[in-house]
Design a protein around this ligand. Structure first.
Ligand code: SF4
Ligand code: SF4
Length: 171
């Protein structure tokens, strides 16, 4: 088998208006995209080009094999596109789940803080009330102690001192 001598004899005989020589070259280089662009799918395998080829190149057989390869290539490309689309959908769904979980966690945190603040505010008046009562008791005891001391009532003074000590130093 001789190489293509670029005589062009195959071109005018193609009933589909293809360029068999260029098609053959593209397939020989494994360039399915170029062969596809040159109209490989339209080849009817009529053998006209092959019969006029002085190099006796197996044009028709090569074109039929190329069509099978192109079909597999198209299927693979379609499958790859479908896989890519599914992967993109899975990625978007995962992102949406993560964002929702993050928003939920933030909302739960906000609610915990609000609840803690509400409880602290609810406790504050009671604590402040207790402090005020203790201060009043302490002041009353001190006044009673001063009076007991002035009047020389030692027993009362001891009792009042113990009561004041029992109250503690306060907050
Ligand atoms: S075999 Fe294909 S490329 Fe060759 S002449 Fe026929 S249709 Fe054209
Ligand atoms: S007829 Fe044969 S040798 Fe001539 S251009 Fe076509 S493929 Fe090449």
């Amino acid at each position: 088998m001789m190489p293509c001598i670029h005589c062009g004899a195959c071109v005018p005989v193609c009933p589909k208006g293809l360029w068999p020589n260029q098609l053959y070259e593209a397939l020989a280089q494994g360039d399915l995209a170029r062969a596809d662009a040159l109209g490989l799918a339209r080849c009817g395998a009529c053998r006209a080009c092959q019969e006029h080829c002085p190099s006796a190149l197996p044009l028709t057989a090569r074109f039929r094999e190329g069509q099978k390869q192109a079909l597999r290539w198209t299927v693979a490309k379609t499958q790859a596109a479908a896989d890519a689309q599914q992967a993109a959908q899975r990625y978007e769904a995962r992102e949406a789940r993560l964002q929702a979980a993050e928003a939920e966690a933030l909302e739960a945190k906000r609610q915990r803080r609000a609840e803690a603040k509400r409880r602290a505010e609810a406790r504050r008046p009671a604590a402040e009330g207790a402090d005020a009562r203790q201060q009043a008791q302490r002041a009353a005891l001190q006044r009673a102690m001063e009076k007991a001391q002035a009047e020389g009532r030692e027993d009362d003074l001891a009792r009042l001192t113990a009561a004041l000590a029992a109250l503690g130093d306060g907050p």
